[in-house]
Write a protein that binds this ligand. Structure first.
Ligand code: C2E
Ligand code: MG
Ligand code: MG
Ligand code: MG
Length: 283
């Protein structure tokens, strides 16, 4: 990115050229088309209660139905979207879509919060708060059912500004989560003052905690900190019953991972929510 190249435009250009300038150009053009031609879709991954396995909400995760390459994950295009300035447009679209579908779920009888990922560039852009308000108003979704996820590095880049931006939305009822928590460089003193509601424990710690004592200590420390700050916690990337049991014993609030459900189209989320309570996946 421009930052990594030290803000030197020529250096940035040369680095990109060395990598794959042509491929990147093709990708960017295709991404513009994707936004224009409605090729993006939002999938939803359930979050479940650690206590009884019931569905407690979902996370909206963007996908790209590429005309020839098939269904692409954000790993294949989010960074390009950031670098060519399309992330704001994509992020706003995901936000509106997620609010709209969460409201549709409500109309089917399920009052479940939806979490939306917000990139640093989108969050720092001028009209972001206004976009959130409009997405809520246009969909009719109560603010309490919208959660915004900022990564730890986004949250800690300019903490004072982040606090200023979050507080009015939070007073409205929108909740905020720190995503991929444990991987960034949080200042402890800021962390205790940041108006967040949820810590999402990064999946790398969940994956490693049974073999790696350090990972387990990170998980325990995050959970202890959340408890003192009276925040909720989501353990990401839970794939095995052992991980689930360990995290439950340590007191995490919610779990999200392949063990409970993969990211799925909206229609499947509706079925998932409907089946919930009849045959609990968590056991
Ligand atoms: P994230 O927000 O940390 O989302 C969790 C990622 O972990 C998702 O990958 C999800 O599919 C994956 N995951 C969930 N459970 C498991 C599991 O049990 N095992 C494993 N191995 N992985 C699991 P996905 O959908 O590929 O998204 C990757 C990242 O892309 C997200 O990480 C998020 O940072 C970003 N992203 C996704 N959608 C958006 C969006 O609408 N806007 C922005 N700015 N970023 C997005
Ligand atoms: Mg997330
Ligand atoms: Mg995450
Ligand atoms: Mg992640």
């Amino acid at each position: 990115s421009v930052k990594r190249a030290g803000g030197n435009a020529c250096e940035f250009f040369e680095t990109s050229m060395n990598q794959s300038a042509f491929e990147r150009l093709v990708l960017e053009n295709e991404l513009r088309e994707a936004v224009r031609d409605d090729q993006l879709v939002v999938f939803y991954q359930p979050k479940v209660s650690m206590v009884d396995g019931s569905i407690a909400g979902s996370e909206a995760l963007v996908r790209w139905r590429h005309p020839t390459a098939g269904l692409l994950s954000p790993g294949a295009f989010i960074q390009a979207a950031e670098e060519c300035g399309l992330i704001g447009e994509i992020g706003d679209w995901v936000l509106r879509r997620a609010c709209h579908e969460a409201q549709q779920l409500r109309e089917r009888g399920f009052d479940l919060p939806v979490a939306v990922n917000v990139s640093a560039m989108q969050f720092e852009s001028e009209g972001f708060s206004q976009t959130v308000l409009e997405a809520l108003q246009d969909s009719g979704l109560p603010p309490e059912l919208l959660e915004l996820e900022l990564t730890e590095s986004t949250a800690m880049r300019e903490p004072e500004r982040v606090i200023e931006q979050i507080e009015p939305l939070r007073r409205l009822g929108v909740t905020f989560a720190i995503d991929d928590f444990g991987t960034g460089h949080s200042s402890l003193s800021y962390l205790t003052r940041m108006p967040f509601d949820v810590f999402k424990i990064d999946q790398s710690f969940v994956r490693d905690m049974s073999q790696d004592e350090h990972a387990r200590i990170v998980v325990e420390t995050i959970l202890a900190m959340a408890k003192s700050l009276k925040l909720k916690t989501v353990a990401e990337g839970v794939e095995t019953h052992d991980q689930h049991q360990a995290l439950r014993a340590l007191g995490a609030t919610l779990a999200q991972g392949y063990l409970f459900g993969r990211p799925m189209p909206f229609a499947e989320l509706v079925s998932f929510a409907s089946a919930d309570g009849q045959d609990s996946v968590a056991g």
